[in-house]
Design a protein around this ligand. Structure first.
Ligand code: SAM
Length: 475
């Protein structure tokens, strides 16, 4: 079946899918250009390939893989949706290979095969798995635990089970959201993957939305190739602006650049573009070296509705949200659908922070389309005439032992966090659009001496250019 026909069929089936199931089953099908690219990452000249495609949809990935692998002994496909299964069957018959469609939930089928040692083991897997969080008490999680897999999303569950179903030397090419690379909840999965496999290749799309442009997917997707049981060597990192691959670039990097030696969090970094030199003195101190801590804003507003006040009152204190800042300037109170204040009571006070010293706060959520991923604001105690401050959960708050700290250090820290250099570093360091406290805790900062020097000159109203000029002054 040629590319155009397959893409037409894909769009036609997409229109027939039950809209409710689309997000429940994570039904975002791969365009043929991406499927072909993914298949091209397999090592060539394989004999008697045994191919796995779990969450196969209409079979686009299998079809691309079969074109590349040529000598295919069998194709095993798992697909749970009857509409997809029907088209899958038709498509595969046209290709004319030995195939089996397992009209079944892959998690249950794979766990059964792994536990009983039955079913096939594969030389190749090509996967675009469904994405959906799986809660700790769900049937899927309980099933996965039977084979020692602990993970929070269907996509890492599919990835982990596929790893367990591969023969030694088996290659997996998978397209997945980037969030597993450093999300704290994905650490057990990262450890498992790195224990079992070597990372061979990572492809990133610079602009999200485009990889699945027919489906308005807002996840940032990456393509990963791993080989089971192979000694880890250098990693190929490639990038293209979009799914057309016109400006495809690739380079080889040492594995230590991808997973830092001794990194307890086992983050997967994807070094593209301008990397920050690790020896740069602006990135030489850890946050704990500086004696500073960072935590998520403690006030979860929807759990404390009885204490929230639309406007400030005598017995309430400011509850801060991003709209309280315009051009990094504090503006309080503000007419807004969100409350301005939180009442101080015995049960609410433990979620408030003392208005003593300066805090630096950073938003947790920013759209990828926004210019900067990290934006830091200063909380000056003189601008708040109350004893306590409520920081909503949408913030990360830098503090010293849950209190504010001295003005110069705070200004220096905000200057560094607002620099272009840091933003570039953070994008390499963190794949997702969220800025988590864990990421801020694990990245590197300037020494205290440099922070002090920056802090003496920084003002919150400074232009980006001016901030970047200040950063040019390192130790
Ligand atoms: C992201 S789509 C990808 C489809 C296809 N691989 C492609 O690339 O076009 C994921 C597919 O997995 C199927 N699916 C979702 N949950 C499943 C499960 N538990 N077991 C088997 N298939 C599942 C969905 O119906 C959907 O067709």
């Amino acid at each position: 079946m040629n590319t155009e026909t397959l893409d037409k069929v894909r769009l036609e089936v997409n229109g027939r899918l039950d809209q409710k199931n689309k997000s429940k089953l994570g039904q975002f099908m791969t365009a043929t250009v991406i499927a072909d690219y993914m298949a091209s990452l397999f090592d060539k000249n394989t004999k008697n390939a045994k191919l796995l495609d779990c969450g196969a949809g209409i079979g686009s990935l299998s079809i691309s893989a079969i074109k590349v692998l040529k000598k295919v002994a069998l194709v095993d496909q798992w697909e749970i949706d009857p509409i997809m299964q029907e088209q899958l069957e038709k498509n595969m018959q046209m290709v004319g290979v030995n195939f089996s469609i397992h009209a079944q939930d892959f998690i249950f089928g794979a766990v059964e095969n792994i536990r009983s040692g039955s079913g096939e083991r594969y030389t190749h897997a090509i996967i675009n798995p469904p994405y959906k969080k799986i809660s700790s008490s769900s049937e899927h999680r309980q099933e996965l635990r039977k084979v020692g897999v602990e993970t929070v999303n269907l996509y890492t569950a599919f990835f982990a089970l596929s790893i367990l179903l591969m023969e030694k030397g088996g290659q997996i090419v998978i397209i997945i959201p980037r969030s597993f690379c450093n999300g704290p909840y994905y650490k057990p999965f990262r450890e498992m993957m790195l224990k079992e496999c070597s990372i061979e290749h990572i492809h990133v799309f610079e602009s999200r939305n485009k990889a699945f442009k027919d489906d308005e997917v807002l996840q940032e997707n990456i393509i990963f190739k791993v080989t089971k049981g192979k000694k880890q060597g250098a990693v190929e990192i490639s990038q293209s602006t979009d799914h057309e691959f016109h400006d495809y670039q690739t380079k080889s990097v040492a594995f230590a650049e991808v997973v830092k030696p001794n990194d307890a969090e086992v983050f997967i970094h994807i070094p593209t573009g301008e990397e920050v030199n690790e020896n740069n003195p602006l990135f030489s101190a850890s946050l704990s070296d500086l004696g500073i801590g960072v935590s998520t804003g403690p006030v979860v507003s929807h759990r404390m509705t009885e204490y929230l006040e639309k406007n400030p009152t005598a017995d309430s204190v400011p509850l801060l949200y991003p709209h309280h800042f315009v051009d990094r300037q504090f503006q309080y109170p503000k007419e807004h659908k969100k409350p301005n204040a939180i009442r101080v009571a015995p049960d609410s006070q433990k979620w408030l922070m003392p208005n003593s010293g300066f805090y630096v706060i950073v938003r947790r959520f920013s759209a990828k389309e926004e210019k900067r991923r990290v934006v830091a604001y200063i909380i000056n105690p003189a601008e708040i005439d109350k004893k306590w401050i409520g920081f909503d959960n949408c913030w990360n708050v830098f503090h010293v032992k849950k209190h504010g700290f001295d003005e110069v250090t705070a200004m220096g820290l905000a200057c560094f966090l607002n620099s272009t250099l840091l933003d570039g570093y953070f994008r390499v360091f963190s794949g997702h659009t969220q800025v988590n406290a864990t990421d801020l805790k694990n990245m590197k900062y300037p020494t205290m001496a440099t922070l002090q020097r920056l802090g003496k000159k920084y003002q919150s109203t400074m232009s980006q250019q001016k901030i970047d000029e200040l950063l040019g002054v390192s130790e």
